[in-house]
Design a protein around this ligand. Structure first.
Ligand code: AGP
Length: 643
């Protein structure tokens, strides 16, 4: 979720761009940079770390080509990077320049086909200086700009050249359109070109970009918080659009060059609300971001030959074939993701898979050796319990694969292989979008293992991937039907305790739902395997006791569906108030549900991607009704870096 800012007008761009980046810091980032056009030169400066590092380099005039001109330029772009491809280093920071140094590009998103594009460019003699997918766009832009200009020159020179050539500024926009037609994936791009000062060109696909309309100046940004101190008149760009801004023009086209219209709107939010995208809490925003987070985590995972591509694989395929035992180690919500993963990994790979609380793992002297694969799941990549478990595993010669949301953090750095989730920064302490993307990453690991070991053919893996690719839309459907859940939350705010039950992958969902309620509403909540009720917990049920029941699909695992139905009747017989999460169309549950929350029909192993969402919304609503700070619950930290 990088931060992007562009400015063109009569004022020095540097301070405006830096202020804009500061307002986008909430998006999380690990490096920052700017490119300005001043003194007839294109000047860039970029640094790993926080904006302070960049500002220090700018004031000291250190490195890059920082000159006084950079402070005088009135055209500029800036970027805060949340690393995806390539670690958080100076050279991977944006902007990225073309070979001839005359074009600079910044990017938010994932260029899925960057490996192929990079190979083409390197074969043509282009030398890359970074590990990023973005650098491809900079080199392609230089190439396309040269082509556009050559064609323009030829047209002007020919007797039938017709009217005067196009506006010089139009060349950059035309070149950007051609580049966008070659890119696959999700991207917001901004570019400046030293030969067309007073112009910033932007483009977007599956990633946000808004225009700020000023007086004699215009802005581009990933969200309005970057420029609302200067203007509240904005233009939202649509999918596959290119925008050219000058101090007095805003021109929008589609990728084919046809004129297009943006959506004008006036920003009523204050700066704080703008950071939350208009939501009251980051948690609400992050719940709403889950469809895109899941889509982004899936993006670019399939190679040309249909093979699954993980991020940093320092484990050979033979090593993976030699694996005879898997341990998943994690904490809290990440642990619950591991519990779901166990069902999928064992079903697909037939390798025994244990899931362990990281804080317990190394103290029970687990049996590990070179044939053991330890999967460490962590959103922050800094959780000390998980890190210490990972280190213990490595001391025992086990191989470690990290599933992490934070590029360059300690856990992935110390692992043998990494699969990054692309949830973007998760600001709220209570984990939501990170959880769903951890599930997706675990599914991908299971499928990769099954494919490498020959237990699943490419077409079988492809079939599951197709099911996964339908999940963002399914999650979106759930999000669109949450109003009754919010009403229920306001009712339950007065409850003393809530129980959660589920079977199979519904059991970890019950645990996660209980954790959300505990950490947000400070309410006692407990999750159980539904089959465990009769072994003691059913004694807790009294009149009106809320019990949230996660019911499996009647199609996927009918036997489990019927058993959970029996458990629902057991608790109802003792006075429970049953809140049932079930597949849309499952009429069998309706008579036994005091509240029925329906989710789209989903393949059995993937159902946590939809059944978890109502529990997140419910916990959030109950906490709000109780007047709690949803983003920063008491006693909790976003990353627990102590044992
Ligand atoms: C989840 O809502 C909590 N914030 C907490 O359980 C968290 O999942 C746990 O601390 C693990 O954090 P990590 O994913 O960053 O390792």
């Amino acid at each position: 979720m990088c931060g992007i800012v562009g400015y063109v007008g009569a004022r020095p761009a540097l301070s405006i761009v830096l202020d804009g980046l500061r307002r986008l810091e909430y998006r999380g980032y690990d490096s920052a940079g700017v490119a300005m056009i001043g003194d007839g030169a294109l000047l860039t400066c970029k640094r790993a770390g926080k904006l302070g590092n960049l500002e220090k380099a700018l004031t000291e005039g250190a490195a890059d080509d920082v000159t006084a001109g950079i402070a005088l330029g009135t055209t500029g772009i800036g970027h805060t990077r949340w690393a995806t491809h390539g670690g958080p280093t100076d050279r991977n920071a944006h902007p990225h320049r073309s070979t001839n140094g005359r074009v600079a590009v910044i990017h938010n998103g994932i260029i899925e086909n960057f490996a192929r594009l990079r190979a083409e460019l390197e074969a043509a003699g282009v030398e890359f200086v970074s590990d990023t997918d973005t650098e491809c766009a900079a080199h392609l832009l230089e190439h396309e700009l040269a082509s556009v200009r050559a064609e323009e020159t030829a047209r002007s020179a020919s007797p039938s050249g017709g009217a005067r050539g196009a506006e010089p500024s139009a060349g950059l926009a035309a070149a950007m359109r051609r580049v966008c037609q070659r890119l696959e994936g999700a991207f917001t791009l901004l570019a400046v070109d030293v030969d067309t000062p007073d112009v910033v060109v932007g483009a977007r696909r599956n990633s946000p970009l808004v225009v700020g309309r000023g007086q004699g100046e215009n802005y581009l940004a990933s969200d309005v918080s970057a420029f609302i101190e200067h203007t509240r008149d904005a233009v939202e760009l649509g999918q596959d659009q290119v925008v050219l801004i000058t101090p007095d023009r805003i021109e929008i086209t589609d990728f084919d060059g046809n004129e297009a219209i943006g959506k004008d709107f006036h920003v009523d939010w204050d700066a704080s609300a703008a950071e939350k995208g208009g939501y009251d809490y980051f948690m609400l925003k992050e719940i709403a971001e889950q469809p895109r987070a899941v889509a982004d985590t899936l993006r670019g995972r399939l190679g040309e030959a249909g093979e699954l591509m993980l991020d940093e694989m320092r484990i050979t395929e033979q090593d993976l074939r030699d694996v005879d035992k898997i341990f998943i180690v994690a904490c809290g919500t990440a642990y619950h993701a591991g519990l779901v993963a166990k069902y999928a990994i064992e079903h697909w790979t037939r390798i025994p898979c244990e899931v362990e609380l990281a804080s317990e793992f190394r103290y029970r002297d687990p049996v590990l050796d070179r044939s053991t694969l330890v999967v460490a799941i962590s959103q922050s990549g800094e959780t000390m319990d998980t890190l210490m478990a990972l280190r213990h595993a490595k001391e025992q010669k086990a191989r470690v694969l990290a599933i992490c949301n934070t590029n360059g953090s300690t856990i992935p750095r110390e692992s043998d292989a990494v699969l990054y989730t692309h949830a973007g920064p998760e600001v709220a302490v209570a984990s939501t979008k990170a959880f769903l993307t951890q599930l997706v990453a675990c599914y991908l690991v299971g499928l990769h293992l099954a494919q490498v070991r020959g237990v699943k053919y490419a077409d079988e893996v492809g079939a599951v991937l197709t099911q996964l690719q339908a999940m963002p839309a399914a999650i979106e459907q759930v999000l669109e039907t949450m109003e009754p859940v919010r009403e229920l939350g306001r009712e339950l705010a007065r409850a003393r305790s809530v129980l959660f039950i589920g079977r199979h992958v519904g059991y970890p969902v019950a645990l996660e739902g209980a954790l959300k309620l505990k950490e947000l509403a400070y309410m006692h909540a407990e999750g159980f395997a539904a089959g465990e009720l009769k072994h003691g917990p059913i004694a807790l049920i009294d009149e009106g006791c809320p019990v949230i029941c996660v019911v499996p699909s009647p199609v996927g695992r009918a036997v489990l569906h019927d058993k959970v139905m029996s458990n629902i009747q057991e608790v109802r017989a003792r006075g429970a108030r049953t809140i049932v999460i079930a597949e849309r169309g499952d009429e069998a549950v309706r008579p036994y549900a005091d509240h029925l929350i329906e989710v789209p029909p989903t393949p059995t192993l993937l159902t946590p991607l939809v059944t978890t969402v109502p529990l997140q919304v419910l916990a959030c609503e109950i906490a709000t009704a109780r007047g709690h700070d949803v983003d920063q619950p008491r006693n909790l930290a976003k990353s627990v870096t102590v044992e």
